[in-house]
Design a protein. Structure first.
Length: 259
């Protein structure tokens, strides 16, 4: 459900109204399906501290908090405009059930070492890290909106940099999950290598007979199990309605890797 906010934004309901986002209207990055699927990659009853890298207005991190009442989240965003939207999101009275467990941090997800720590991303501080990086290539058609361009375009080594941050902030046994396009599978696997093991992979297809448009990859710190590939998630059946599984995942009622 989307309703107009004054001027530059909309108020959007997620998880059947369990939380809301204030999002930019007509510009910048607007969260939706990708963020909900990324959030669903964590175990159903996750507890502990989550770091959401590239949080935008807070979609994926708040989706985890709405589903997991014992979790806490650090929402990490670097774009000042999106930080403002995240602040407005956390101030919503509709979000009282999640906002008191969320902290907003302005930081570059690719920062290293002491610079990263000074931004608030401490070593070995998280039980899970989720990554929703930009994943359009620089050669893709450029948008006229610079805010949307920055949110959507993947620079060289970005996955490597963000996953390095994830590994530095991860406690032993912490989960790391990311969502990206299938064409970035090689980069995603390389970024995870040596940092997170026990990888599980699931492709996202619009329909059973169409190519995948996204993939979700999850690993665990200090795990050693080999890669497992799950059956693809099919978003739509007949017509444009979501499949039963997709609907449950999008609304925080199932886990992507809980088959």
């Amino acid at each position: 459900m989307t309703t107009d906010e004054p001027g530059d934004s909309t108020l959007d309901a997620f998880h059947r109204g369990r939380f809301y986002l204030v999002q930019p209207k007509g510009r910048g990055h607007r969260a939706g399906l990708d963020a909900m699927l990324l959030a669903s990659a964590l175990p159903l009853h996750f507890t502990g501290t989550l770091i959401d890298l590239g949080a935008g207005s807070g979609a994926a991190g708040l989706a985890v908090l709405a589903r997991c009442p014992q979790a806490r989240a650090m929402l990490v965003e670097n774009a000042p405009v999106m930080v403002e939207y995240a602040q407005r999101t956390l101030a919503l009275p509709q979000n009282e059930n999640v906002a008191d467990r969320a902290t907003l941090v302005t930081a570059d997800a690719g920062a290293k070492g002491e610079q990263r720590r000074q931004m608030g991303l401490a070593d070995s501080s998280a039980d899970a890290i989720i990554l929703n990086p930009p994943f359009n290539d620089p050669s893709d058609r450029r948008t006229a909106d610079p805010l949307r361009h920055d949110a959507h375009v993947m620079t060289p080594d970005l996955l490597e940099q963000w996953t390095r941050t994830a590994a530095a902030t991860a406690r032993a046994g912490a989960w790391c999950a990311l969502i990206c396009r299938p064409r970035h599978l090689k980069q995603a696997l390389q970024a995870m290598e040596g940092r997170f093991g026990g990888l599980v992979l699931r492709f996202i297809q619009p329909r059973a007979n169409t190519p995948a448009i996204r993939l979700v990859l999850r690993g665990q710190r200090n795990a050693r199990a080999p890669l497992s590939v799950f059956p693809p998630l099919i978003l739509h059946g007949e017509g444009n309605t979501f499949t039963e599984e997709a609907d449950a995942l999008i609304n925080g009622e199932a886990g992507l890797f809980s088959l």
